[in-house]
Write a protein that binds this ligand. Structure first.
Ligand code: GTR
Length: 485
């Protein structure tokens, strides 16, 4: 009876020659084989079985088990488990990086014109299509400044501006509101450069300033909106260093990233993407693309207010920055929108500054599995084959050239692959040099801890964990002074 069938499953009757059968005998067929042998054993003594179960039921059990195993195997094939993170440099797979100065059809890019007219647009389109994704913004979204409150703060050191922006499209106004908080320094003559970055936990957390509105915000883990309390004020102030930034003569602007779009799979129905005509195609933009879009819209508003003389910001000197997932966002925003004068990525890791092909710490497979809503559908194609990517993250850095870019890492933040973050800057250097800048200024290897290096491409690795610290801000401000003042 089933004996004829069983060896076929195990790959033996069909392939009596062992040397031929052996390589075909995967772990999965072995599993089937064990199960089937058990079934045979229980039936060997005829009908009914030893345990008194009629043969008919045994067959049913047998067929069901086979179907179950098959389904499990198919599910496994579609969603293979993510490999554990590698932290061993010697186990990094061999890879060849894509060449930023070679077009897809193999032409060498050896002039700034060729970079600007051919290679840059080509790379931008590839990142758009294969990773971050396009947003169907046809320019018909309007932004209304619904409220604007201005007040002197920090004993006259600065001015706090709070904006309530309403986003709508052709009269449709679902409640899409982005609250923007801006501090400008007083006692500084003329227009000042400004930092612009999104925050993780609400505007009220960037400083203990009691005048910051306690806006209702999205809680990403609970996937619902909530009303923050006064106790949460200033919770993330060390990450923002507001007064230090003002003391150094810079303005600083921020908004809660979930105001633009809540950070969970399915969050797009609650954010600005409600106003876009997205079709669900694999090349469409996802959450990071939307946050980056939001940064550009906030820039638009800053520009309008500066132009109207209502904000003393120098709109040609806006530095876009971000930490972690928001560092991935600032890099993409900076690549797309050349109005950003400097781009800063802090501990941005996989999908940010870290080279994907190193597969050190967080991998493309891991990030696409944990956060399927961050990148577009096409990016998932590379889960098991990062070498098939038509680019790597050094080319994202190169897209910012010739504008200054700063990459910051932390020793304990191995998940973000500090060395991979450094190497992105390092391998973007030829593009910066082609465009007539000093690039990474001749740096040949990863610097020691707390030793900032570079030229137009700046880099540091500091002691400590995944965070934004006062030390990081010192370096950002020094870098900005060097390039903007
Ligand atoms: C982690 C994620 C990282 C990084 C980080 C963050 O869970 O794996 O890619 O973005 O979150 O944003 O804090």
């Amino acid at each position: 009876m089933s004996l004829v069938w069983i060896p076929a499953c195990a790959g033996r009757t069909r392939f009596p020659n062992k040397s031929f059968a052996h390589p075909l005998r995967s772990l999965r067929t072995l599993r089937y084989s064990i199960l089937l042998r058990l079934m045979v054993k229980s039936n060997r003594k005829g009908t009914p079985t030893r345990k008194g179960i009629p043969l008919m039921y045994s067959f049913r059990f047998f067929a069901l088990s086979c179907a179950l195993l098959l389904t499990m195997s198919l599910a496994n094939a579609q969603n293979p488990p993510v490999a554990p993170a590698n932290y061993d440099e010697t186990k990094i797979p061999d890879f060849t990086l894509t060449d930023p100065l070679k077009t897809s059809d193999g032409r060498i890019v050896d002039t700034p014109e060729m970079w600007n007219n051919v290679r840059r647009p080509e790379l931008l389109a590839l990142f758009d299509e294969q990773m971050f994704g396009k947003l169907s913004d046809d320019g018909s979204i309007t932004i209304t400044i619904r409220e604007k409150h201005t007040e002197s703060v920090f004993n006259g050191k600065g001015t706090r501006h709070q904006l309530v922006l309403q986003f709508s499209k052709q009269g449709e106004s679902p409640e899409i509101v982005i609250n923007v908080l801006i501090y400008t320094p007083n006692n500084v003559a003329g227009k000042v450069p400004a930092f612009l970055g999104l925050n993780f936990m609400g505007n009220h957390t960037v400083d203990a300033d009691p005048g910051i509105r306690l806006n209702t915000i999205w809680n990403r883990s609970e996937r619902k909106q909530y009303q923050p309390t006064a106790e949460e004020r200033g919770r993330q102030s060390s990450r923002w260093q507001i007064e230090k930034v003002l003391d150094r003569g810079y303005a600083t602007a921020t908004a809660h990233y979930c105001d633009i779009e809540p950070d969970f799979n399915g969050g797009s129905i609650h954010g600005v993407r409600q106003l876009f005509d997205q079709k669900g195609e694999p090349n469409e933009g996802n959450t990071i693309a939307t946050w980056a879009w939001g940064l550009s819209r906030i820039y638009d508003v800053l520009a309008k207010l500066a132009e109207a003389g209502e904000l003393n910001i120098d709109i040609n000197k806006v530095i876009v920055h971000g930490h972690s997932r928001l560092g991935k966002t600032s890099l993409w925003a900076g690549a797309l929108d050349e109005r950003f004068a400097i781009v800063i990525s802090n501990n941005s890791g996989c999908g940010g500054a870290a080279l994907s092909r190193r597969e050190y710490g967080e991998t493309v497979h891991r990030i696409n599995t944990s956060f399927p809503h961050w990148f577009n559908g096409n990016f998932k194609k590379y889960n098991l084959d990062v070498n098939a990517l038509p680019f790597d993250q050094h080319e994202l850095i190169a897209l910012i050239a010739p504008r200054p870019v700063y990459i910051a890492s932390a020793v304990e933040d191995r998940w973000a692959d500090p060395k991979g973050e450094f190497l992105s800057g390092f391998y973007a250097d030829p593009v910066y040099r082609l465009l007539g800048t000093d690039g990474i200024a001749g740096v040949k290897e990863m610097p020691g801890v707390n030793q900032p290096v570079g030229g137009r491409i700046g880099y540091h690795i500091r002691t400590g964990a995944h965070d934004v610290t006062e030390y990081d801000w010192e370096q950002f401000l020094n870098f900005a002074d060097k390039h903007l003042k």
